[in-house]
Every structure is written in structure tokens, then in C-alpha cells.
Design a protein around this ligand. Structure first.
Ligand SMILES: O=c1ccn([C@@H]2O[C@H](COP(=O)(O)O)[C@@H](O)[C@H]2O)c(=O)[nH]1
Length: 225
């Protein structure tokens, strides 16, 4: 993948999503459509954005349910031929195995480990003791055992996980160029840092989508890589 940046198109309106996709299409490697967009516009909306941009689509649905239900959802999105789909590693090994088995041949299935909006204190409040790093490593091992293509983690963990899963596919959100506001993200690094540490895909949303000139913001990030 020449440009590893996938723009998180977190806008609820279809026209706004298509307009954003048009603006950045020469400066990003793909588009990430999440739950907000999928709940509003479904498969039809995904198809429209894919068609308007011609870019690979990452469906960030973060599926988390019993194995049979997740497998059914994976089958239902076959027709969209997404490049990447997310499930939650917390759904367990059988769920991840069935998700991968039900996915299209060209779709990478990756497991969300610990959301980049959470830190050690948040983790403790969910009843999990230990560091975010240890938690991510444990879930990365589970995802690898289940036969997934890779994981979603923050830039704080990607170097370690890359060392033990050499051919893994690592999606890293929670990225902020120097000087941009972190907002609700807690485990943040720069796009360049994540790339140097082994990220396969860099997910970037607001630093591009909320910039006065999204195309220029995407170009500026690309220039740092
Ligand atoms: O751990 C995770 C998993 C997914 N995301 C998603 O990435 C983007 C990040 O957007 P920014 O505006 O760059 O913060 C967003 O769509 C999240 O749903 C994540 O941030 N962390």
C-alpha cells in the first residue's frame, strides 16, 4: 500500500461524506466508514462513497456478538468487498475464527484490542488489571491464534506487537500530527511515529476532516511519512 493513510469519514450525511472523499482522494490510500455512517446509510451508502471515490473501503463496524451472529454480519457485507473489517477481540477466539471464515477472500479481518480513547485507569474500571500494553499483547496473541490478519492498537503498542507477529497487519488510530488537539483520544502518537514503529494502516479523522482545507491537511501529513 503506497499511501497508508485511511481517512475516517465520521460524518453522518451522505453528501458530506462523498464531498470529503472527493476532496482527499488523491492524498489518502483509503476511506474508513464507521458505525455512525453505516447505521445512517447502510450498504447503499457505502457503495455510493466507494463509487464516488474509487478508493479502498475500510468498514470499521467493530462487530462483537456471538459467533453465529458475527459470521452472518460478515456474510451480509461480502457484496461491498471491503478491504478491511473490524471485530472486537473481546468477542473471543471462536467469534474471531468464524468472522474470518465468513469474510470475503480479499477482506482483511482485524481485531480491536483496546480503544485508543482508553488509558490504564479506564481499563482498571472495566475490571481488567495490568497495563494497556499487556492487555493489547494478550489480545493480539488471541487474534493471531484465531487466524485473523491483524489487530487495531495504538501507536504505543504497535512496535512490540510487530516484533512478535512479523507478518501481522496493524491498524493504528489515535494519530495526531504535532500540535493538533488529542480530543477524546488518550493513547496518541504522530502518524510518522506509528509508521516507523510498524503500522500498516494509519487511521486519521478529525485532523483532516475538520481542517479548513482537508486536501491540504492530508498532503501535509503524507509529507511527514
Ligand atoms: O481504538 C480505536 C479504534 C477505532 N478508532 C476510530 O478511528 C477514528 C479516529 O478518528 P480521529 O478523529 O482521528 O480521532 C474514529 O473513526 C474512531 O472510531 C479509534 O479512534 N480508536
Amino acid at each position: 500500500m503506497s499511501n497508508p493513510v485511511f481517512l475516517a469519514v465520521d460524518v453522518p450525511q451522505l453528501d458530506a461524506a462523498k464531498a470529503l472523499a472527493q476532496m482527499v482522494k488523491g492524498h489518502v490510500g483509503g476511506l474508513k466508514l464507521g458505525l455512525e455512517f453505516f447505521c445512517a446509510h447502510g450498504s447503499h451508502g457505502v457503495h455510493e462513497v466507494a463509487h464516488a471515490s474509487g478508493l479502498p473501503i475500510f468498514l470499521d463496524l467493530k462487530l462483537h456478538d456471538i459467533p453465529n451472529t458475527v459470521a452472518g454480519a460478515m456474510q451480509a457485507i461480502h457484496v461491498l468487498e471491503p478491504a478491511i473489517v473490524t471485530v472486537h477481540a473481546g468477542g473471543g477466539r471462536a467469534m474471531m475464527e468464524d468472522a474470518k471464515a465468513a469474510a470475503g477472500e480479499h477482506t482483511k479481518v482485524v481485531a480491536v484490542t483496546l480503544l485508543t480513547s482508553l488509558d490504564e485507569r479506564d481499563l482498571e474500571r472495566t475490571g481488567v488489571t495490568g497495563t494497556p500494553h499487556d492487555h493489547v499483547m494478550r489480545l493480539a496473541d488471541l487474534a493471531q491464534d484465531a487466524g485473523l490478519d491483524g489487530i487495531v492498537c495504538s501507536g504505543h503498542e504497535v512496535k512490540s506487537v510487530h516484533k512478535r507477529w512479523k507478518d501481522g497487519f496493524f491498524v493504528v488510530p489515535g494519530l495526531r500530527p504535532e500540535g493538533s488537539a488529542a480530543g477524546d483520544q488518550k493513547r496518541v502518537v504522530t502518524p510518522r511515529q506509528a509508521r516507523d514503529d510498524g503500522a500498516s494502516v494509519l487511521v486519521i479523522g478529525r485532523p483532516i476532516s475538520r481542517a479548513d482545507d482537508p486536501a491540504q491537511a492530508a498532503r501535509a501529513i503524507e509529507a511527514t511519512l
